[in-house]
Design a protein around this ligand. Structure first.
Ligand code: PHE
Ligand code: NA
Length: 459
């Protein structure tokens, strides 16, 4: 258990405010930023999508993120338990722990594809260490991606390695495990990313990338596009599965929540945009399709590494960055279930090992979707033709579980808890900022989320 900020010596706590911010930013900054944002923005046409995404972040996801942290600090337990306590406190008849349990299921589903993508990053890191991509052609790079995605044993092996590493870190107490991992990996990640943006700005078509991400283009604003933007906003902050609630439970009373939220969200947005500015210049100069989908980073980046001086080193650094981003998030995804199992008397090590093994098993659905099951669409009969297991898991979590939990948090914090309890839990002065946030949590967020669902279902 940490010394610094904890007021309850029996319950673990991060050792300082800055440790909390770094580790929680580590949870937010993940594959969603470096791998997800560029490909989702690419598939949805760039500029207009980015704008809606930023609006969804500011108006819905970030306020919900702050609410989730607050619920964690108020409940000081794993998500189902914390929410159960708060339910008892307000005397609600609804079953709040259900939201916590749904989140735990969500963490496992996210990890099940996270492990495969992170595994590919680690595989490419090894490739870079063994000489890099020097002299590779477009076709070579495409073949490497295709090879990885055609071998289920290879994907399963890498998923197991990645989850093993995640479980190892989570096995330690939080100050030795998660906290040290974040403190080491996050600064390195930011440094490598900045280097990447500079490299790719020099090597590729930077102007076109800026125009693609921030310019306005002829595009259709469909209800689906809005839902996708909101899903990406929730996913990138990691709101809605209880990982953030669990980290919130380790947060000391001395952390100023609005300020911490601001820095974490700012860092997350910065990393996503920087990743876009590292990747799109190369996409446009190499002729890869911006809408290439989930393979985008794996198809484009090895290409610059093929011709720049010292490319092998840069390639290694980039895939290391991607791996770090994944690990600092996967540890936050494994933490809630492990915390819940600890409440049931399990050791952290046992909980982490068992959950990691379960994740590796479920990850086979994702590797199958990339390999033999590319054209297997399990819910085609429900009108979800064209969606593989991977698509269903990724979109099901991002576009449904996360926003629905976000809606539940907003209703708990905005309506069930008293305004004064909430104000003191943050804590915030009763000024314009608190009033604005409280209005957002009470009205704006629930209305936006509901409207987007109705729109997406009706449209
Ligand atoms: N925020 C992480 C990302 O962008 C993913 C994540 C989701 C982490 C849910 C924690 C909880 O990649
Ligand atoms: Na993120």
């Amino acid at each position: 258990a940490g010394a610094g900020t904890g007021e309850n010596s029996a319950y673990p706590s991060f050792s300082s405010r800055i440790a909390f911010i770094i580790v929680t930013a580590g949870s937010a900054v993940g594959l969603g930023n470096v791998w997800g944002f560029p490909y989702v923005a690419g598939q949805n046409g760039g500029g207009g999508f980015v704008l809606i995404y930023l609006l969804a972040l500011a108006l819905v996801a970030a306020p919900a993120f702050m609410a989730e942290l607050m619920l964690g600090r108020m409940g000081k337990a794993s998500p189902p338990t914390a929410l159960g306590r708060l339910q008892a406190k307000v005397g609600s008849k609804l079953h709040w722990p259900l939201v916590g349990w749904t989140g735990l299921v969500g963490t496992i589903l996210v990890l099940s594809f996270y492990a495969v993508i992170a595994g590919q990053a680690m595989d490419y890191m090894l490739e870079a260490a063994g000489g890099g991509f020097a002299g590779w052609s477009d076709a070579d790079v495409q073949a490497l991606d295709a090879n990885f995605k055609s071998s289920m044993p290879m994907m399963a092996l890498w998923s197991a390695i990645f989850m093993g590493l995640t479980a190892l870190i989570v096995s330690f107490d939080i100050n030795t495990g998660l906290e040290q991992a974040g403190k080491v990996m996050m600064p390195l990640l930011l440094l490598i990313l900045l280097g990447m943006v500079i490299y790719s700005g020099n090597m590729g078509d930077f102007g076109k990338a800026v125009d693609f991400l921030f310019g306005f283009h002829e595009m259709e604003f469909t209800p689906r596009l809005f839902l996708e933007a909101m899903g990406q906003a929730f996913f990138t902050l990691g709101v809605g599965v209880g990982g953030i609630m669990t980290y919130g439970s380790y947060m000391g009373r001395d952390v100023n929540l609005p300020r911490a939220t601001f820095w974490i969200v700012a860092m997350d947005v910065f990393v996503a945009l920087a990743a876009g500015l590292a990747i799109f210049p190369l996409v446009f100069s190499s002729g890869v399709d911006a809408a290439a989908g989930p393979g985008l980073v794996f198809l484009t980046l090895p290409l610059i590494f093929a011709d720049i001086p010292g490319g092998a080193v840069v390639a290694f650094a980039f895939f290391l960055l991607l791996t770090f981003a994944a690990v600092t998030s996967s540890i936050s995804l494994l933490s809630p279930t492990v915390a819940r199992l600890e409440e049931a008397g399990w050791s952290r090590r046992r909980g982490a090992t068992v959950m990691a093994a379960l994740v590796v098993g479920i990850s086979l659905l994702t590797s199958y979707s990339f390999a033999g099951g590319k054209d297997v669409f399990p819910l085609a009969a429900l009108g979800l033709g064209g969606m593989t297991f991977f698509d269903l898991i990724r979109e099901g979590v991002s576009n449904f579980i996360l926003p629905l939990s976000g809606l539940a948090y907003a209703l708990m914090v905005g309506w069930a808890l008293s305004r004064e309890d909430v104000r003191q839990a943050l804590p915030m002065a009763d000024g314009p900022l608190f009033r604005a946030w409280h209005m957002v949590i009470r009205y704006v967020a629930p209305i936006c989320i509901t409207a987007l669902f109705v729109g997406a279902v009706a449209g």
